[in-house]
Ligand binder design. Structure first.
Ligand SMILES: [Zn+2]
Length: 270
């Protein structure tokens, strides 16, 4: 079992900044927090570290948990998928950024193990997210897949849709991955046309969010309805319709960018 550079950490500001992931990508959570202090981590010999990634404020440890889930629960710990943790945590911007960064590191660690040119093993370089092939020395960075979200407004109404991947009764804004060669604005126009058959205008930037489940990066826009009748693409959506701001359906959790887009609409039109 390979030991790591953990012992080299001596920075006083690392308190509460260790996040432990199992090799399957689950996060160890203690008393509803995924952050362990250095001392708390060392006091848990059943958390076996195999590799660590770190920057100035966060140390992401990958390893094995030597207890069963029942034994972990008895010890006051839980194993959670970082996405479930993130969705349940509400709006806490400081924690948000660290959890998202740690989750993306965890994904990159598990999915980028071998060089796609020669098949050689990849080795993580210190103080960066870069990995290098031990045979041909090609560099690899964590994959990032950009996507857009768009809130379409028509007076006091907003267009919301639901796809087969959403929980029953939950509606959200339209979303789509940016295609090769496209600008984010072009993606918005194409996706809206493809998914609901509408045309939009007055595109405005709203905000962005990392969504490393496994590797997305969301860019959110606001748009006005221009013309067209709703005609959904059944391969992407189950339903899309206009909702009045006072009669909104079940929405995504508050920590998501799509929910922030919808909440902002309600605030602005009241
Ligand atoms: Zn290689």
């Amino acid at each position: 079992m390979k030991s790591l550079d953990l012992i080299a950490f001596s920075k006083g500001d690392w308190e509460q900044s260790f996040i432990f992931f199992t090799e399957e990508g689950k996060m160890v959570v203690e008393n509803t927090s995924p952050f362990l202090s250095h001392a708390a981590f060392l006091a848990k010999p059943f958390l076996v570290a195999l590799q660590a990634h770190h920057d100035a404020e966060l140390c992401v440890i990958h390893g094995n948990v030597m207890l069963s889930e029942e034994e972990l629960l008895a010890a006051g710990l839980q194993l959670l998928h970082p996405r479930d943790y993130f969705l349940a945590m509400g709006e806490q911007v400081e924690i948000e950024n660290k959890v998202l960064r740690a989750a993306h590191w965890s994904v990159a660690h598990r999915l980028q193990r071998h060089c796609s040119y020669c098949g050689g093993s990849l080795q993580k370089l210190p103080e960066t997210t870069e990995k290098k092939c031990l045979q041909c020395e090609k560099s690899f960075f964590p994959k990032l897949s950009p996507a857009v979200l768009v809130r379409i407004e028509r007076g006091e109404e907003i267009l919301l849709a639901r796809g087969p991947q959403h929980p029953p009764e939950m509606y959200t804004v339209l979303a789509g991955f940016i295609d090769l060669g496209e600008s984010a604005e072009q993606t918005v126009h194409r996706e809206v046309k493809e998914e609901v058959g509408l045309e939009v205008t007055n595109l405005k930037y709203f905000g962005s969010q990392s969504w490393p489940f496994p590797d997305s990066f969301m860019v959110a826009f606001i748009a006005d309805y221009l013309r067209g009748e709703i005609k959904i693409d059944p391969t992407e959506l189950e339903e899309a319709r206009w909702f009045h701001r006072d009669e909104l359906p079940l929405l995504p959790p508050p920590s998501t960018l799509s929910r922030k887009l919808i909440d902002d609409f309600v605030r602005r039109t009241k």
